[in-house]
Design a protein. Structure first.
Lengths: 349, 511
């Protein structure tokens, strides 16, 4: 058996495999529910209802999707340029940390100035977090998979240390958490009374922005070129090291916005459990989206819906919430396979 | 004339009418040859003559379209490397296939034992290896890690590996390319011992004096065909060179072009980091002139091409473009200086496979005001530029938005050619511009180069095909081991004479 590339895949070839992948994921959910001793249809229904069935559920899903859009974009931007950023988690925490350092009283400014400054400072922190590994890769050939991955733990431990020490909230009754952000530093809600903050809108804007960057600008063209053919890009006169550093700055900055948005939009302070692995899930989101920035939004919504839906289903049906992790992993594998099948067909050798 | 008396000893290996096509390219055209036990057969030919393809078929990496192989009288099933190994064919590749982090002993045992075997008979194996090493003069420490060995020692391990697997036919692909002269002598001593033990040896090379020194018989390949077969006792290096490059090459008339000023000059240029490097190359590229660079590949062409392309800088000597020494140098500056570059590898460096024709058409000039303003790309201009190239260079494709990966090599090359020539470059580097193309595309590319010459461009044509060089060049230089021969005017040299230069002769008494 071997794979044979298809010159021009027709519409059926492009739409069908992903649908089959989705169907297979749903089927697996049913089987898992059976194994857990519950009614499969009821479990599926509960997942959908828990994710989308009410205003509260829907908003919860959108809130959960917000950091995933940012980390998904961060990974997509980096992976497109073949910079293997596994450290979105660290960059997220760098952004969150910067938000808390500057937003808890250091800068006594009104919202209109303070919020953009905090966002930019967070992006800067995240950018530096990835530019270090990118520099080591360019200069010494150090594998960025290793450095970015390990920086996740370094960063998390640093945050824990700060939360037990200088950053510890004196009014926090001993809990390891930072003081609360100034009111001026908080992202307002999009609609009064609804639990959805402007971070979600910012995420959508970022996705569209990256899409435009990719398609319409020289910078985006050069990033894609370096990823798709580094030797040819260098030969054509593109300054590859510069493009890699720029990509690192952009990717790290996007991941940091996830941290900024969680702190300033949702939590209001920093704890060491701010992110339940959004940085890593960002990789799943980006892969599900085939690294397409607009696809990242859809993929993040899908992933968020599964998590939120599974949480609520678990409470109602008594099926463990781990089903969400399994479904997500399976959906990713199925989707990667499906995307391959849109471009290749299987032939007997 | 060819000495075709059959070898008196039993035939170890017989290839009959092996034919292999890659698309429109005929890599092997009904090649037949045989080698007897206790004989060294040299397979001689330029790069692209079909040597490597033939050996890959023999070893089962490729399947021949036609023809058959016999080992020790029995047919060899095609396309099965394992079968080739079991039947006693041992291959020493140019690029070694050793596990660097394992010891010599481990490398020899690798693949010879079942994974499920509980215990390895290491001491017995070690003993056999030491015996073999002694017998064949292959001194090597079985416990040394491959990573710690020199290139010559690694090659000895490769040969030992073949012998350990009881090879009866030993194939060496350009074995001396990586060796010092002393190591090469030791290798020859080993090969002599091997044939004394009755092994058949196939020695692939394009170094004439080595072939004369070690081989009993020579089969010369040219353009995928057997161009001749002689016993070394009945020939000499000059005649082999003539066979290798083709005795009769007609030099068609070139329309006279007015030669202009020196467009690019290399003055005693030395490079660093290539294999081999340029060692003091001086060369002028003159407007309206095609300068042909002949030579066996891997003799410094890559360094010279990288220098022109902007990918490398000289460590000493000067590169002068349009009368000014270039201080800073990069691909972007080369493009900016009006150098049109047709790279050797059109898939890897020339184009980005997953990018569209339009994207590939403008990639060198994306910052040009024609295609972008203030960082915003004008895709309409890019697409219409691509459409113009498609029309004027006859690029067969679905359209400017098609991924370039889907195009044939010839159409890909036409896009690169169009991208370069549309800018009216003053200097053109054409590195293997027609390799692997079908005849129609070859003619088209060559005509376009001649047109550029007529227009006054200074062109450097790098090719391993001497016929092409002789047909198109006004002046021919030969490159060998990083040295450049004097320039020979069109028609002043016979192919055989150039072949000798290509084989490295003549450089010692050249200035």
């Amino acid at each position: 058996m071997r794979l044979e590339p298809i010159a021009a895949p027709g519409p059926a070839r492009r739409i069908l495999p992903p649908l089959v992948a989705l169907g297979a994921t749903v089927l697996l959910a049913g089987v898992l529910a059976l194994i857990a001793g519950a009614d499969p249809l009821a479990v599926l229904g509960l997942i959908v209802k828990g994710a989308l069935g009410s205003k509260f559920a829907l908003l919860e899903t959108l809130n959960r999707a917000t950091p995933l859009i940012f980390t998904g974009l961060a990974v997509a931007v980096a992976f497109r340029a073949r910079l293997w950023n596994i450290g979105a988690e660290a960059q997220l925490y760098a952004g969150a940390l910067m938000t808390v350092l500057l937003g808890t009283g250091a800068l006594p400014w009104p919202s209109a100035i303070l919020i953009p400054v905090l966002a930019l400072a967070a992006m800067l922190a995240g950018a530096l977090m990835l530019m270090g590994p990118a520099f080591l890769k360019l200069r010494f050939g150090v594998d960025e998979v290793v450095t970015t991955l390990l920086l996740n733990f370094v960063m998390l431990l640093l945050v824990s240390m700060l939360l037990e020490g200088p950053l510890k909230d004196p009014m926090g009754m001993g809990w390891p958490k930072s003081p609360a952000l100034l009111k001026e530093a908080r992202l307002p809600r999009i609609v009064d009374g609804l639990r959805l903050h402007w971070g979600f809108a910012l995420a959508l804007i970022a996705a569209v922005g990256i899409w435009i960057l990719d398609r319409k600008t020289v910078a985006g063209f050069e990033m894609r070129a370096v990823g798709a053919g580094e030797a040819a890009a260098g030969f054509a006169g593109i300054r590859v090291p510069r493009v890699v550093m720029l990509t690192a700055a952009l990717s790290g900055g996007l991941a940091a916005l996830a941290g900024f948005s969680e702190v300033a939009g949702l939590k209001g302070n920093l704890t060491s459990d701010l992110s339940p692995g959004y940085g890593y899930t960002g990789i799943v989101v980006a892969m599900l989206a085939a690294l397409n920035p607009l696809g990242v939004v859809l993929a993040a919504l899908f992933v968020a819906a599964i998590f939120v839906g599974a949480d609520s289903m678990s409470r109602a049906a008594g099926v463990p919430t781990y089903i969400a992790d399994i479904l997500l992993a399976f959906a990713l594998l199925a989707m990667v396979l499906a995307l391959t099948m849109t471009r290749y067909r299987l032939r007997r050798a | 004339m060819p000495d075709l008396t059959p070898p008196p000893r039993p035939v170890a290996l017989r290839l009959s009418k092996i034919t292999k096509r890659f698309g429109p390219v005929l890599a092997n055209d009904a090649i037949s040859l045989e080698v007897a036990e206790g004989e060294v057969l040299a397979l001689l030919g330029e790069n692209g003559a079909g040597k490597t393809t033939l050996m890959n078929i023999l070893f089962g990496h490729y399947t021949a379209d036609e023809g058959s192989i016999e080992v020790l009288g029995a047919p060899l099933p095609p396309g099965q490397p394992r079968a080739a190994l079991e039947r006693g064919i041992g291959m020493v590749h140019q690029h070694f296939t050793l596990a660097e982090n394992l010891t010599v002993l481990d490398n020899l045992l690798l693949g010879t034992r079942s994974l499920w075997q509980a215990r390895q008979h290491r001491s017995a194996a070690r003993h056999r290896i030491e015996t073999l090493a002694d017998e064949y003069g292959l001194a090597v420490n079985p416990d040394a890690r491959i990573a710690d060995l020199s290139v010559g020692e690694r090659q000895r391990v490769e040969i030992l590996k073949a012998l350990y697997r009881e090879a009866r036919v030993l194939i060496l692909d350009e074995p001396t390319a990586v060796l010092t002269p002393q190591e090469a002598d030791a290798l020859f001593a080993t090969l002599r011992k091997a044939v004394a033990h009755g092994l058949a040896v196939i020695f692939i090379s394009h170094k004439l004096h080595e072939v004369m020194a070690i081989a009993d018989r020579v089969v010369v390949l040219r353009h995928g065909r057997v161009a001749g077969e002689v016993a070394t006792t009945g020939t000499d290096a000059t005649r082999l060179a003539a066979m290798m490059v083709g005795a009769e090459v007609s030099t068609p008339m070139l329309a006279p072009a007015t030669e202009g000023a020196i467009a690019m000059r290399f003055d005693r240029v030395v490079t660093e980091g290539f294999r081999p490097d340029l060692s003091g190359v001086t060369l002028d590229l003159v407007g309206g002139r095609i300068t042909g660079l002949a030579g066996v590949s891997g003799n410094g062409q890559a360094a010279l091409a990288a220098l022109i392309s902007g990918l490398a800088r000289p460590i000493s000597g000067e590169v002068i473009v349009a009368g000014r020494t270039v201080a800073d140098w990069s691909p972007a500056l080369a493009v900016g200086h009006g150098i049109g570059r047709i790279p050797e590898d059109r898939h890897h460096t020339g184009t980005i496979g997953d990018f569209s024709l339009a994207e590939n058409a403008v990639i060198e000039r994306i910052r040009d005001p024609r295609f972008s303003r203030a960082g915003w790309i004008d895709w309409r201009a890019a697409r219409s530029h691509a459409e113009k190239l498609i029309a004027s260079y006859d690029i067969r494709c679905p359209g400017p938005d098609a991924r370039i990966r889907l195009l044939s090599g010839g159409n890909m090359q036409k896009l690169i050619l169009g991208r370069v020539l549309e800018e009216n470059p003053a200097i053109i580097l054409a590195n293997q511009p027609v390799r692997g193309l079908d005849i129609g595309a070859v003619r088209f590319v060559q005509e376009q180069l001649l047109k550029a010459r007529q227009r006054g461009a200074a062109i450097l044509l790098i090719s391993e095909d001497l016929e092409e060089i002789m047909a198109l060049s006004d002046v021919i230089h030969v490159i060998s081991e990083g040295r450049l021969s004097p320039g020979f005017a069109r028609g002043s040299m016979q192919p055989a004479e150039l072949g000798l230069w290509m084989a490295g002769q003549g450089f010692d008494h050249a200035a």
